[in-house]
Design a protein. Structure first.
Length: 418
């Protein structure tokens, strides 16, 4: 959640919000409602002062004056109750509206929308177009991905993962998690069902509610990333400065509706409703959050380098950033069958946007202040497998297991099939 005072007083803060292409009129509506709320607050404070004075005057008044003063005090109390109700209503309306306002884009974020981010660097190559077998065909012929029965049972964008592919999945999880533990991350397996308030405080609701599955009549929601429950670990807490940064590596199954993607990536397991993921989440001192952002990006790159996947790092444009992120790097991996880069991981700095909702603070010698939170994908398993299927095919049609995964899965090659 943004700081409304900054929106009111800092033109650069407002410009950073508007660069995200927010709904027309939203910022002005927030400022107008905030002005009404502040006026109501002044009115309430003035009435409370009058009421206190009136109560004291009753005790000092002569006996024959007291009835009139009591009547006047009662009238003030009634007016105060009315004004407090108005203030409460305005504060609730303002809170709901502010939840829709995004975190301002950082000054280092380029202008523009989707596909207009800046390419920071390109790693690996030479790149090739075409592949022996596209990932969807490859997964089916090896008996690793079964979609027909899954579609009959659960609908589109579901699949069974089978055979050696399951062992590859667990190898990816173990390898990624071991790297994160070596980097000082605490491993966590969090709940994947959370209440609505958790989704709000994590920064996902109300804007991304259409992407989330509701269960139990809307009482609980399936998370689309372990970021949500990891962010709640220190809700309404005050952390000691010497304890930061606090780094968590969460493994979870994730669920997404993929609304708005009809007809896109309907083959294979590139874009599915249910997938497993290893997620990084960090609480840090505001003075070091950009350094931490670069550190998390470096970890993501080390994982892709270890898997032998060619990629590029993209500084995502302001108009394509989600509400919470002040800045986000996407890592896009070359997909030979499509002859283009496709997103695999992301890494975002939320600054104090989520911490303000979560009331997660840092104890300093100057008082308490909000921490900064960051998140990044260490390994999105299903999507990673699609890239491995294409990049690790042998000329004879076999699959070569990346060297870093071999100790975890117990084999180095799978013979061709089909």
């Amino acid at each position: 959640m943004i700081d409304v005072r900054k929106l009111r007083d800092d033109p650069d803060f407002r410009r950073g919000i508007e660069r995200k292409r927010v709904r027309p009129g939203l910022v002005d509506a927030v400022l107008a409602l905030d002005e009404r709320r502040r006026a109501a607050h002044v009115a309430v404070q003035e009435l409370r002062t009058e009421q206190n004075a009136a109560s004291k005057a009753i005790g000092r008044a002569a006996a024959d004056e007291r009835p009139a003063r009591i009547e006047a005090a009662a009238a003030l109390k009634a007016r105060l109750a009315e004004e407090e109700a108005v203030l409460d209503q305005l504060e609730a309306e303002l809170h709901e509206l502010v939840l829709q306002v995004p975190n301002p884009a950082h000054e280092s974020v380029p202008d523009g929308g989707e596909d207009e981010g800046d390419v920071v660097r390109v790693v690996g190559g030479p790149l090739r177009d075409g592949v022996g077998r596209p990932h969807a065909e490859f997964g089916t012929q090896f008996g690793w991905v079964e979609r027909e029965v899954a579609a009959e049972m659960s609908g589109s964008r579901f699949a069974y993962l089978m055979g050696e592919a399951v062992l590859l999945e667990f190898a990816l999880v173990q390898w990624a998690m071991s790297k994160l533990v070596a980097e000082g991350f605490t491993p966590v397996v969090p709940p994947v069902l959370v209440r609505e308030q958790a989704m709000i405080e994590a920064g996902f609701f109300p804007t991304d509610k259409h992407q989330v599955y509701e269960v139990d009549g809307g009482e609980l929601f399936l998370v689309g990333t372990a970021e949500v429950p990891l962010s709640l670990l220190h809700r309404d807490s005050i952390l000691d400065a010497d304890a930061l940064p606090v780094r968590y590596a969460g493994f979870s199954t994730c669920f997404r509706r993929e609304a708005g993607t009809a007809g896109k990536d309907t083959h294979g397991i590139f874009r599915v409703h249910q997938f497993d993921k290893v997620e990084m989440f960090v609480y840090t001192d505001p003075s070091s959050s950009w350094e931490e952002h670069d550190r998390m990006l470096a970890i993501e790159e080390s994982i892709l380098n270890g898997l032998g996947l060619p990629y590029r790092v993209v500084n995502i444009a302001a108009g394509d950033l989600g509400n919470p992120a002040a800045k986000k790097y996407d890592i896009e991996v070359w997909l030979p069958s499509e002859g283009r880069y496709r997103e695999l991981t992301s890494c975002s700095n939320y600054l104090d946007y989520s911490a303000r909702r979560l009331k997660t603070r840092l104890r300093t010698e100057h008082g308490n202040e909000l921490v900064h939170t960051l998140n990044g994908t260490a390994c999105a398993i299903a999507r990673t497998l699609t890239f491995l299927f294409e990049h690790h095919q042998e000329p004879d049609g076999a699959f070569r297991v990346p060297e870093v995964l071999q100790p975890y899965c117990g084999f180095n090659r799978v013979e061709p099939r089909g």
